[in-house]
Design a protein around this ligand. Sequence first.
Ligand SMILES: [Zn+2]
Length: 322
Amino acid sequence: MSLRLLAVHAHPDDESSKGAGTYAYYLERGYEVMVVTCTGGEQGEILNQQVAADPAAQRDIGGYRRGEMALAQQLIGFQHRWLGYPDSGLPPEGTPVDPLSFAGLPTGPQVAALLRIVRDFKPHVLVTYNENGGYPHPDHIRCHEISYRAWELAGDPNAYPETGAPWKISKLYYDEIFNPARVAALSDWVQQYEPESAHAAYLAQMHERMADRPNHATTRINVAKHLEIRDAALRAHASQVEPEHQFFFLPNHIVRAAWPTEDFRLAASRVPTTTPETDLFAGITAQQIAAAATPAAAAPPAAAAVAAETAVAAPGAAPAQT
Ligand SMILES: [Zn+2]
C-alpha cells in the first residue's frame, strides 16, 4: 500500500520554491506525490532578462510557463494536475481582483474541481498555504481557502457526491519554509564561518527583517540530499527567477550545514501524533492505511476514528461558501 502526498499550489513555480525538496524526499522512498497548480501563472511578470528577450515568452507567457512546469515536473518526478483557473495577478492594494480570475470567481466549482482530484488520488497528507496565503497574494489565499474546504469535505459523503467516493485525508499541513528560525540559522552560520561571503550582508538584513515574525513550523523534513534537484526545478521556471538570485539560490554547502530542512506546520490531524515531527506521515499507521483503503470495512469503528480526530492548530478563516 503506497502512501500519498498531495500539494496544492497557486502558480507554476510555487511548487519548486515551496516543497520540491520534500517531494523528492518522499518520491525516493516510494511514496506517490501529486502537485495541483490552481492557475496558469499568466499574470506573472518576466523576471529574467534572458527570457524577456525571447519572443515566445512575450507572445504567450501562459504557454511558456506550461513548458517550464513540465520541465520541473520531469526533474522532480511528481504527478501533476492543473486546476485550470486564470491567474489573478497582484492588483494594487484596495483594487479588486478581476471577477473572472481565480480569486474573483466563486469558490464552489473550484472546491468541486479540487475534490475530484482528491477523491481520485486519495492522499493521506495534504499540503497547502496558511490562512494568509504564506504571503498575501489573492491566488495564494484562495488556494488556502479551497484546500481547507477540500480537507473538511473530502470525507463527507454528502458533500459534492458527483466528484467521487468520499476519502478522509489524515493530515493537513501549511508550508512554513521561509521561517525566521531558518533565516537566523543561515545568517548566523555565514557570520561565523564565512563572514566575507557575498551572502553575509543580505542574510543579516533578512534576519533583522524577519526577527519579529512568529515561527509556526512543527515538522522538519531533511532534504539535504535533494537540494541540487530542487534548485534545478526552480531554475526550470526560468521566466520567474534569475538563475543566481540570492533569495532562492544560496550555496548549498551553507544550506546543508545550517538548515537542511523544509519546514511545515501541522494544521490539523485525524490521526494521533506529537510535534515536533520529522515526517509528514507520522501517526499514519499501516492499520489506518488499510482501513482508509476499504471505507465499507472501516465503517463500524467510526467512533474510534472520530475520537482520534484532533484539530492541532487554529484552521484559520475557512470560507463559508460551498
Ligand atoms: Zn505564487
